[in-house]
Design a protein. Structure first.
Length: 321
């Protein structure tokens, strides 16, 4: 009798454990399929994750279908998020600030470690610009509202120049590459892998990057508030899988470079160099990261680059709420 009771107790305990696992994830393994639409850019971690297929297969095993939507840069991605076109994307520090100022209903849901070598201010190889102070009066291309927008502001401050001391041309990366190549602009502020592409193809010089405390250059995973509120457990699961995939990229950079090189028409060694300037893994935002984002937002408001003050902390996801 005692043996039977013990066996019965073990079976009950097993079922309780299984139930707890299901409660933790709330993933509908055999239920109605859930869809998530993810924005990505060529040459990014997500482009590698998409190409490898393991991530998508893992989600499909839990009845989560993935739709991938490509964008040229972060601002365009968040415009799509604002109108309900995507549920999740990854962007630099600045796009969510511009989007939040435009009342986009977004949430910061995860962040990568700093990558200050992942963005740079480039000048042509024959340029007479040899210091940041030489930028005064020069034409500088950048993607408006992207991470490099803040980098330019900080570099000008470092040179004791004002934002209106230079002539900024707002161009997408492909248009900026052409303008830079044709001599239509004097400098280009750009992120990886475009920076490595320009140095490899055009012999561009890196005048400065974000190292030395200039900027952190975080990458943020941004979700629509409606998706995060409706599917918090799905979002947790997706971010956990992205973290695993990102860490894989960090420890297999040559293999990842072989994936992204043809996407952006680069030699594999140049693509690997770009990956070496990135950081890997994702985690929830801490107080330091939030404070840094707030400083960027306050700077842009002071420069009248955004129309109103914003509170970054109010857009940080807290799934416990």
């Amino acid at each position: 009798m005692t043996h039977t009771l013990k066996r019965h107790g073990a079976i009950v305990a097993l079922f309780v454990f299984a139930a707890l696992v299901l409660l933790v994830f709330h993933l509908p393994a055999h239920a109605t399929e859930t869809a998530i639409r993810i924005g990505w850019q060529k040459g990014s971690d997500l482009s590698v994750i998409k190409a490898r297929g393991d991530f998508q297969h893992s989600l499909e095993q839990h009845a989560i279908s993935v739709r991938w939507i490509e964008f040229p840069a972060g601002p365009q991605m968040l415009e799509a998020l604002n109108i309900g076109g995507i549920d999740l994307g990854v962007v630099g520090e600045t796009p969510p600030i511009f989007a939040q100022a435009a009342s986009t209903n977004l949430l910061y849901v995860s962040v990568e470690p700093p990558a200050p070598e992942g963005e740079a201010l480039l000048v042509p190889k024959s340029s007479k610009i040899n210091s940041l102070g030489d930028l005064k009066g020069k034409r500088i291309a950048l993607n408006r509202g992207s991470n490099v927008h803040y980098l330019l502001v900080r570099l000008l401050e470092k040179a004791h120049l004002n934002y209106d001391d230079v002539k900024v041309s707002y161009l997408t990366p492909p248009d900026a590459f052409a303008a830079f190549q044709n001599g239509d602009v004097d400098a280009w502020v750009i992120w990886e892998p475009y920076a490595s592409a320009a140095t490899a193809r055009l012999g561009a010089r890196v005048l400065a990057d974000a190292r030395g405390g200039v900027a952190n250059n975080h990458q943020f995973y941004i979700a629509s508030r409606s998706f995060a509120q409706a599917q918090p457990q799905i979002l947790k699961f997706v971010l956990a899988r992205i973290n695993e995939e990102s860490l894989w990229i960090g420890s297999h950079r040559k293999m990842a470079a072989q994936i992204i090189a043809p996407q952006i028409d680069l030699p594999v060694d140049v693509a690997e160099r770009a990956l070496n300037h990135s950081s890997y893994g994702v985690a929830p935002l801490d107080a330091h990261v939030v404070a840094n984002q707030q400083r960027i937002a306050d700077t842009f408001f002071r420069l009248k680059l955004i129309p109103k003050q914003i509170d970054v902390a109010s857009a940080v996801w807290n799934p416990a709420r």
